[in-house]
Design a protein around this ligand. Structure first.
Ligand code: AMP
Length: 249
């Protein structure tokens, strides 16, 4: 069984996002870009399934500019066998990503696709679900446990107020939640090994797909700066200020 893992290159989660001066988006120039954290969890899970003998091959797929090759190398350093970059410099919405990943999934004949539950840059949380819709596959989102037995996947999902256990017939799409696993530390020897693994580049423009954005970003603004806090001398002053200044009592 082949597993596909969708990995997105995003602004590193440790970097403070800054909005471009013209308000057209987040400034990515000269910033550290890394694999979306939920996609690292997806890679780790796919590699564990391969190590457990459930999968035969793990294919990492990224859609975006040439720089995404670095993200694919990280996926291969975690243990993915090979990478596929669907290259485009244009903006990609989740629907376009779902279409591009569908192309690769069909070409490769994968039985399980693992996406992150959301990309930390657009926070859309849509690509995995749209991919499931386009493929006509079952989906288990926000997974905190995955077990594959024969032709079925048993997935535990984190839902409000508890856990839901699903049984799905393969092929299936799973999106990862934070508690699914803790991705392994990437070692130097594995980074070196990853450099030798195959990486195929497909041009998105050659695939004949409608990738045009359906939405237009009007403006991106920094969040309003928070006012500095104050220290109060005692409870009486706190209550007075809450009543008279904040007017919340
Ligand atoms: P989103 O719907 O944008 O929040 O993304 C959800 C998940 O879809 C991510 O965690 C990735 O697994 C996958 N994904 C989104 N964009 C891309 C991309 N450009 N390339 C590969 N995978 C992506």
């Amino acid at each position: 069984m082949k597993i596909l893992v969708a990995v997105k290159r995003v602004l590193d989660y440790n970097v403070k996002a800054r909005v471009k001066s013209d308000g057209s988006g987040v400034d990515l120039a000269n910033q550290k870009l890394s694999m979306n954290p939920f996609d690292e969890i997806a890679c780790e899970e796919a590699v564990r399934l391969k190590e457990a003998g459930v999968a035969t091959e793990v294919i990492a797929v990224s859609c975006g500019p040439a720089g995404c090759q670095e993200t694919l190398r990280s996926a291969m350093a975690i243990g993915a066998d090979r990478g596929v970059l669907v290259e485009t410099d244009g903006a990609l919405e989740p629907l376009a990503v779902a279409k591009l990943v569908k192309h690769v999934a069909e070409k490769e004949g994968v039985q399980l696709a693992i996406f992150g539950k959301q990309a930390i840059d657009d926070d859309a949380g849509q690509a995995g679900q749209m991919f499931a819709g386009l493929m006509g596959w079952g989906q288990a989102t926000f997974a905190s446990k995955i077990k594959v037995e024969g032709g079925t996947a048993l997935v535990t999902r984190e839902i409000d107020g508890g856990l839901e256990n699903l049984k799905l017939k393969l092929p299936v799409v799973v999106t990862t939640d934070l508690r699914l696993n803790e991705p392994r530390f990437i070692t130097l020897p594995n980074i070196m090994k990853a450099k030798k693994k195959p990486l195929e580049v497909l041009k998105a423009a050659d695939l004949g797909l409608d990738l045009a954005p359906r939405t237009t970003t009007l403006r991106v603004d920094e969040p309003a700066a928070r006012k500095a806090g104050i220290k109060v001398a005692d409870v009486a002053e706190l209550v007075k200020r809450l009543k008279e200044e904040a007017k919340v009592l």
